[in-house]
Design a protein around this ligand. Structure first.
Ligand code: NCD
Length: 322
């Protein structure tokens, strides 16, 4: 299958995927539907397609990553692209080269798409302004992580059959979580009710402006929730102590076997990972029947295949028009 033959269900028109904030519900559905198409076509297999044959995808990771980097690399290769992996510690950045010069150098090697993770919010946006290549944000500081938001939403849609009308709780470190922000933008646009829940120090007041409800007690909201997404406490982004102890956090906001009995019998438990067993959730929940954590990882590959394809198509159309 070629790029031009892909079944695109709705509007797209974006050269970059920098966040879910500025996408419409129709654009979000276009990505989700294309991921569903890849789900059908690949059927869990590892067969290589030729949709991105001849294109080069560069992974520029300036912050640690296991699943996102691997997932983007695999997604690109499944579609027949060549990939270049770049990590900050092994690059000329450590010799003093600037972020933009590094990116321009990489682009001069003929790269079509750039996947960028950076601890500074807005770093991928800066790249998008300087490069001709399409840019995908793989997490920028506390700002957004659009493909994680999309894969969480895809997983919910696949298991629940819909998004509109569901109640989804995002639990934990809302203040520092880019995953929370991308989930909120996507879920709210697609018609879900979103409740954010965590220690008051980790739930900023302004978050209500994004159209969510705020709750301080997980036990109070659990009976009305269809899906719960357990976010990791982002210790590496925190300056100061936001709660007295990890044990107290786990006791109030961790999902465990006792707590899950208070929830709907078909509650869906998600976590973007990496998970801290015993903090955000106990092993019996992480490995139990409600958990879709590993499905999220598999779905991440499909979402990244869809996102790469849509941007590559846009990139190609621009080149053809030039
Ligand atoms: C998330 C991230 O990096 O923001 N992880 C991921 O992409 N799989 C969430 C996290 O680190 O807690």
């Amino acid at each position: 299958m070629q790029l031009a033959d892909l079944p695109i269900s709705g509007p797209w028109g974006e050269r970059h995927l920098l966040g879910l904030e500025r996408l419409t519900a129709a654009q979000l559905n276009t990505v989700l539907d294309l991921a569903a198409h890849y789900d059908q076509v690949t059927n869990g297999g590892t067969e290589r397609l030729s949709v991105l044959k001849g294109l080069v995808v560069a992974n520029l990771f300036f912050e640690n990553s296991t699943r996102t980097r691997t997932s983007f690399s695999l997604a690109a290769r499944r579609l027949g692209a060549d990939t270049v992996d770049f990590t900050a510690s092994s690059s000329s950045l450590s010799k003093g080269e600037t972020f933009i010069d590094t990116a321009l150098t990489i682009e001069a090697m003929g790269i079509d798409l750039v996947v960028c993770r950076h601890r500074t919010p807005g770093a991928p946006h800066l790249l998008a302004r300087h490069l001709k290549a399409g840019v995908l944000n793989a997490g920028d500081g506390t700002h957004e992580h659009p493909t994680q938001g999309l894969l969480d939403i895809y997983t919910i849609r696949k298991h629940c059959g819909k998004i509109a009308g569901l109640t989804v709780a995002l639990v934990g470190d809302i203040r520092h979580s880019r995953v929370a922000r991308s989930n909120i933008h996507g879920l709210v646009k697609l018609g879900a009710r979103v409740i954010v829940c965590g220690p008051s120090t980790l739930v900023p007041n302004e978050i209500r402006q994004l159209g969510v409800d705020v709750a301080w007690s997980l036990d109070d909201i659990l009976p009305e929730v269809d899906c719960v997404n357990l976010l990791r406490v982002q210790f590496e982004r925190q300056r100061g102590a936001f709660f007295p102890s990890i044990a107290e956090y786990a006791n109030l906001f961790g999902m465990n076997g006792e707590r899950i009995k208070k929830a709907k019998s078909n509650l869906l438990v998600l976590a973007p990972g990496p998970i801290n067993r015993g903090v955000e959730l106990t092993p019996d929940v992480a490995d139990g029947p409600h958990s879709v954590i590993l499905n999220q990882v598999s779905n991440g590959l499909l979402i990244r295949m869809a996102a790469l394809s849509l941007l590559a198509r846009e990139h190609q159309e621009k080149q053809d028009a030039a």
